[in-house]
Design a protein around this ligand. Structure first.
Ligand code: PXP
Length: 251
């Protein structure tokens, strides 16, 4: 089963553009539940440009699906995660001026720092994943710091502007996903995924979760959020089913 985590950050981006209460990201989370999401994802940024700590608290109180909190490896965020205790935490790199998460976490160069976060959060029962580029050295480093899950950054694949580049990026994702899976990690993927790019990623059978946000919120302007999520879910499920049949896996 390929899980779908819906990232509702950009509902808060629109709300914050006017500084009021509408649209409410918690309503978007409820819609995501109805449309077949398996989890809700939000990224609490240092500059609070979209999700606020109050949103996080409300998501924890009001939503039945597991919440995955994306956060930078900072003391402030660690305190917040320990206060709210979401079931899952994904550690991401964060630069104040970036428009979105640019590139994966460099676990390899800061193993000591990341391992402290992984152990503190895991000791409290949270499942910790690390958002990494599709590079073997980052996967090895993720294992070294004690992570049980990784999320592979699919941005370079999704943003590829030639078929050759896209194929090359997809191959990197597939190889590193299999490497991580064979080493015992739970492997997820996300960033930049749209209807056009989801199927090849969903076909990689060792990936068990896709986290998708911006495209779904954008598409919801035209079709409604539930319809956008249902379509994404269908494309994911069809691609996974075909891939399993092709590889003659036991269904
Ligand atoms: N996964 C991670 C770790 C992310 O940081 C993001 C963006 O917040 C996503 C998935 C979703 O990316 P997108 O909004 O481009 O679908």
């Amino acid at each position: 089963m390929l899980r779908l985590g819906v990232n509702i950050d950009h509902v808060a981006t629109i709300r914050n553009a006017r500084g009021g209460l509408h649209p409410d990201p918690i309503d978007a989370a409820h819609s995501s539940v109805r449309a077949g999401a398996d989890g809700i994802v939000c990224h609490l940024r240092e500059d609070r440009r979209h999700i606020s700590e109050l949103d996080l608290q409300r998501l924890m109180n009001e939503i039945s699906l597991p919440l995955n909190l994306e956060m930078a490896a900072t003391e402030e965020m660690l305190e917040i995660a320990l206060r709210h205790q979401p079931p899952g935490v994904c550690i991401v790199p964060e630069k104040r001026k970036e428009v979105t998460t640019e590139g994966g976490l460099d676990v390899y160069s800061q193993k000591d720092h990341i391992s402290e976060f992984v152990s503190t959060l895991s000791d409290q029962g949270m499942v910790v994943s690390l958002f990494v580029d599709p590079e073997i050295k980052q996967i090895d480093a993720s294992i070294d710091v004690g992570a049980t899950a990784i999320e592979i950054h699919t941005g370079s694949y999704c943003d590829s502007n030639t078929y050759a580049k896209r194929d090359w990026e997809l191959k990197r994702i597939q190889e590193t996903a299999e490497y991580g899976f064979n080493a015992g990690l739970e492997v997820r993927a996300g960033h930049g995924i749209s209807y056009d790019t989801v199927s090849p990623i969903a076909s990689i059978t060792c990936i068990n979760e896709l986290n998708i946000g911006h495209f779904l919120i954008g598409e919801s302007i035209f079709t409604g959020l539930e319809s956008a999520i249902s379509k994404m879910r269908r494309l994911m499920d069809e691609a996974r089913q075909l891939s399993l049949e092709k590889n003659d896996y036991r269904l």
